[in-house]
Design a protein around this ligand. Structure first.
Ligand SMILES: [Fe+2]
Length: 380
């Protein structure tokens, strides 16, 4: 990897980590009126009430119907419901969809944002005005999205099967509170697919034109932790040590992409999620070994080998082999079968997979034949 070049890194999110730290949440938001976004599952596990009870001196609006892959229609409904309520801060407690929803609403409910149409923005009729979003605290319950430390939010328009990205430098959350105890009860499938997102963020930030020595260092740590932790974590899902490690890897991956953004694996994933319903991490993760091999050929400064070495592997090729072995052990093939990620189904989606702002970040630019080869090597 070349160190003799210009780069910058900026991430202003205050990070609070550790078992039991959820108890510190209310102190981060010393206001009288706020909104908590979470998922139906979090409420079903009895956790929403516990979190809400922390805000004893505050009127807290609770929205616990955030669904996977937040849709523009749902975001607009939340905006309508909340914009006259004098909301002073936003908390998101959940996976990537919840955190992205909270992030979008912190922007839409910000000072001066009243009536702004995100839909108009996504379809080119309105640019994003610069104003201060509401204070935002992100609490991830998966490991994970990394969204707790990034200034991006993914918003879907499922009616058009299109994915949009809300991205602004002022969308960084004010604080991210990572409590690994919140991840202890995740079911196996969610544990695997969200962990695949961790590895996706790490690798995508390395084979990325925006990579720099800080992001590669973070990514290498995330890769190392992912590979050395996932097998044990799946054997012992209640092990707080493993859960803490994977949440740390998720944080590292999030910090890396907060600077680089993502690349081709994410670009490939969007139609796989929109059409086949595959969870985000699985849709990103299934191509990673093939993409690692593909990007090695465009890796003029040797950063993939360098990242592999930092993660404890002899070469990027050895790393790809290890990733394949860990995927097999984690049952990634079974999950792909569940979502019908066959060669036929996946290749049909190939024309939709070039999202310019994602694929354009990729170290080696693929043509359509390259893409088909990567997909053929990766699909069932
Ligand atoms: Fe992702």
């Amino acid at each position: 990897m070349r160190y003799d070049r210009q780069w910058s890194f900026h991430n202003p999110v205050k990070i609070i980590f550790g078992p039991g730290r959820i108890g510190d949440l209310a102190a981060l938001a010393p206001y009288e009126r706020g909104v908590l976004f979470t998922s139906p599952g979090f409420t079903a596990r009895g956790l929403t009430d516990k979190v809400a009870a922390l805000f004893s001196g505050c009127r807290l609006e609770i929205i616990d119907d955030v669904r996977p892959n937040p849709d523009i229609t749902a975001i607009e409904a939340y905006q309508d419901r909340l914009q006259e309520q004098g909301i002073q801060f936003v908390v998101g407690v959940g996976g990537g969809s919840v955190l992205d929803t909270a992030k979008a609403l912190s922007y839409l409910l910000g000072e001066g944002g009243s009536g702004f149409s995100l839909r108009d923005h996504f379809y080119g009729k309105a640019s994003l005005p610069a104003y201060r979003p509401l204070p935002l605290i992100t609490v991830p319950t998966t490991a994970g999205t990394g969204s707790e430390v990034t200034p991006f939010a993914t918003v879907w328009d499922m009616a058009k099967q299109k994915k949009h990205s809300l991205a602004r430098p002022d969308l960084f959350p004010d604080a991210a509170l990572l409590d690994p105890e919140l991840t202890l009860t995740l079911p196996r499938e969610v544990t695997v697919t969200t962990a695949l997102d961790v590895l996706s963020h790490a690798l995508e930030s390395v084979w990325n034109h925006n990579a720099n020595p800080v992001t590669v260092g973070l990514a290498a740590r995330a890769i190392d932790i992912f590979l050395s932790t996932l097998p044990g974590l799946l054997d012992e899902p209640q092990n707080l040590g493993y859960r803490s490690k994977m949440l740390t890897a998720s944080l590292y991956g999030g910090l890396a992409i907060s600077s680089t953004r993502t690349a081709l694996a994410h670009s490939i994933s969007y139609p796989v999620t929109a059409v086949l319903g595959a969870p985000h991490g699985l849709a990103c993760g299934f191509t990673l070994p093939a993409l690692l091999e593909f990007n090695r050929e465009g890796d003029e400064d040797g950063r993939l080998d360098a990242a592999a070495a930092m993660a404890g592997y002899d070469s990027a090729g050895a790393l790809a082999e290890k990733i394949r072995a860990v995927f097999t052990g984690a049952g990634v093939g079974d999950l792909m079968a569940k979502y019908e990620m066959t060669g036929e189904n996946i290749l049909e989606l190939a024309p939709e997979m070039f999202t310019p702002e994602r694929a354009g970040n990729n170290l080696r630019a693929p043509d359509f034949q390259d893409l088909e080869k990567i997909l053929s090597a990766s699909a069932l």
